[in-house]
Write a protein that binds this ligand. Structure first.
Ligand code: FAD
Length: 406
């Protein structure tokens, strides 16, 4: 048995092991992961790695030798199928059992599949793992036209990369605007215009009815209004399904992921959950229970779980942040904008350097900053302070955010 067993060799799992060793924890640690590679960064999968600008070894979270040096066992290519919270054992495959003292569940999520007819045809790719992007890159040479289904960050980033690689891209979004789940309308409209200016055929209110296949290979997408769009490659980025099956089967409470408290404890004894799969009451969502899909959240929850394990508990209370790179645009977001009652655009989108401030009851709750690093850095203090600031000053890009007064 391991003192600490971590399931999931992704951002959260790697960070948990690193944090444990950093705090001087000298018990045994293992990370079980169902991919074959040591922990690597997922964000470059739809950015530099997909573009061929960074080789795989440069997106490893730590060099391969690191894990052995820190005495962390990597049990790769193995998938946990069962958790026995009473016997404190996990089951891998049919007969491999591994015991634990504490279990940290950091299994992330799997891409939400297309459920329409033809949705499982060959030539339809998700972007979640290295293997997904390797498969896309391997089949790319003869490809001229790509259909991207889903106008979230991953779909938009993929569209930007494929456009840069000289492919014709059609992007289909079922909602009336892209990024509808995560950003305000101003930001959506800005990115829609940018993609169109780069030649992407971006269509909103476009719902996929079916995929037409030929010999098992996807050939065209049919929309509910009857439109038929042929393509050589299809990419689906319509969200994830949290990986929590074995925990829920073992009796953990959950629904949208697995429920955790402010210390990342699940309802099962000695089992923590962190990262994309962990549903938690977030102070920056005004206590609402949510899952966050970001590197920040995975890393910070890893730290919170570890602090609790080593007997120095701190509650999870970190301002969420996130980034996205598309073309030469660097978006940085801080805070959570859901529920805002007002937006302020700071600077002009035409200048391609601006910020959108999201307010609730006069307080700044989030910022989306496009090529505006200073606003991103200085805006965070306003989210934390909760002060009601002068809105004219907030809107004035000539005035640094940190100098805005009450
Ligand atoms: P993961 O990193 O997904 O790791 C989970 C691991 O567990 C996976 O390797 C999975 O295969 C494995 N696993 C699952 N089930 C089992 C099981 N039963 N047994 C064993 N192993 C299992 N975030 C940002 O902040 N900024 C970005 O720009 C950004 N871009 C992204 C681009 C892409 C293409 C993707 C896919 C994600 C992006 N994200 C970004 C999100 C970020 O990568 C995730 O939030 C983060 O990886 C979550 O970490 P995690 O540890 O919860 O899960």
């Amino acid at each position: 048995a391991y003192d600490i067993l971590i399931v999931g060799a992704g951002h959260g799992g790697a960070q948990a092991a690193m944090q444990l060793r950093q705090t001087g924890f000298d018990g045994s640690i293992a990370i079980i992961g169902d991919e074959k590679d040591p922990p690597y960064e997922r964000p470059p999968l739809s950015k530099e790695y997909m573009a061929g600008e960074k080789p795989f070894d440069r997106i490893l979270i730590r060099p391969r030798a690191f894990w052995e040096e820190r005495d962390v066992d990597l049990l790769l290519g193995r998938r946990v199928r069962k958790v026995d919270p009473v016997g404190k054992i996990v089951g891998i495959g049919e007969d491999e059992l591994i015991g634990y003292g504490k279990l940290i569940w950091a299994a992330g999520g799997s891409p939400r599949p297309l459920t329409c007819p033809g949705g499982t045809a060959r030539g339809i790719h998700a972007i979640r793992r290295r293997a997904d992007v390797d498969a896309i890159r391997e089949s790319l040479a003869p490809v001229r036209h790509v259909v991207v289904i889903g106008g979230g960050y991953i779909g938009l980033e993929a569209a930007a990369v494929l456009t840069k690689l000289g492919r014709k891209v059609t992007l289909l979004e079922a909602q009336p605007r892209v990024l509808a789940r995560v950003a305000g309308e101003e930001l959506s409209r800005f990115y829609e215009a940018e993609h169109r200016a780069h030649g992407v055929d971006l269509r909103t209110d476009a719902t996929v009815e079916s995929i037409e296949e030929q010999g098992g290979v996807a050939r065209a997408v049919i929309l509910t209004d009857g439109t038929r769009i042929e393509a050589d490659l299809f990419i689906v980025g319509i969200g994830i399904v949290p990986e929590t099956g074995p925990l829920i089967a073992a009796g953990a409470t959950g629904g949208n992921g697995v429920d955790v408290d402010a210390y990342c404890r699940t309802s099962l004894p000695d089992i923590y959950a962190i990262g994309d799969c962990a549903c938690h009451a977030n102070p920056f969502a005004r206590g609402e229970t949510i899952r966050l899909e970001s590197v920040q959240n995975a890393n910070d929850q890893a730290r919170v779980a570890v602090q609790h394990i080593i007997g120095h508990p701190v509650e999870y209370d970190v301002v969420p942040w996130f980034w996205s790179n598309q073309y030469d645009l660097k978006l940085q977001t801080v805070g959570l904008s859901a529920g805002h009652d007002r937006t302020i655009v700071r600077g002009s989108p035409e200048s391609r350097s601006f910020s959108i401030l999201y307010l609730l009851g006069g307080k700044v709750i989030a910022l989306d900053c496009v090529n505006a690093v200073k606003d991103y850095v200085q805006g965070k203090a306003h989210i934390l302070s909760g002060a009601i600031l002068d809105q004219e000053q907030l809107a004035d890009p000539a005035r640094p955010l940190k100098e805005v007064e009450l």
